[in-house]
Design a protein around this ligand. Structure first.
Ligand code: TMP
Length: 212
């Protein structure tokens, strides 16, 4: 398929255990003909190593949040902006909505109005995705899919994941034209096919809009 002139940034979001990374992998196969750039947050650049260390040490919520933002800045500078400038379709496993959903929870009581603070940190330099697929499922199911409790990151707790998913759903209600809710309880093949077809459709309509 010809993707010329259709510069798109697609993001995949959802709580831990929602199957978003499995979906990302499946899209690599299903959309191979479009030659997209598949990328992720955190960890698309070396800044991600600092983020992983901060998470593992539970260093401090502000340090962790600002490192996630630094990781995003490096990701944009080194991978996303060059790929979009090259006319490539970009598909990122997590992006800025992860910060607004997770760090709004971890910064509660540390910073006043954490979501506003986080959004303000991205203002003026970040890029808003064209479409965001949000994988949604019952928290019990997500927890059942995660590693044993002693190997989990500090985000991967019921009380946090519940609030994170509520945040995501609030964002989807606020921006219904950007968010597509994906039923993460469906079979993984069905989910991947649904998202791959939706991405092809978005590309088609963006091409016809540009021709008008
Ligand atoms: P991952 O499991 O997708 O590799 O992400 C690692 C963890 O980091 C996951 O629990 C979600 C969390 N996270 C944030 O809290 N804020 C962010 O901005 C990002 C990108 C991830």
């Amino acid at each position: 398929m010809d993707t010329e002139g259709k510069v798109l940034l697609i993001t995949l979001e959802g709580i831990d255990g929602s199957g978003k990374s499995t979906l990302h992998l499946a899209l690599k196969v299903l959309l191979a003909d479009l030659n997209p750039v598949f990328t992720r947050e955190p960890g698309a650049t070396w800044v991600g190593e600092s983020v992983r260390r901060a998470i593992a040490e539970q260093i401090d919520p502000v340090t962790e949040a600002t490192l996630f933002v630094a990781d995003h800045a490096a990701h944009l500078a080194k991978i996303i902006r060059p790929a979009l400038a090259d006319g490539k379709l970009v598909i990122s496993d997590r992006y800025s909505d992860s910060r607004y959903a997770y760090q709004a929870v971890t910064l509660k009581g540390v910073i006043q109005k954490p979501e506003e603070w986080l959004r303000a940190m991205h203002n003026g330099w970040s890029i808003i995705p064209d479409k965001t697929f949000l994988c949604v499922l019952p928290i019990d199911e997500a927890l059942a899919r995660l590693k044993p409790t002693n190997e989990r990151e500090h985000f991967e707790k019921r009380e946090i994941l519940e609030k994170v998913q509520d945040n995501y759903l609030k964002f989807a209600r606020a921006e219904p034209s950007r968010f597509v809710i994906v039923d993460a309880m469906k079979e993984k093949e069905e989910i991947a096919q649904f998202v791959a077809d939706a991405i092809r459709q978005i590309l088609q309509s963006s091409r016809s809009r540009r021709r008008r």
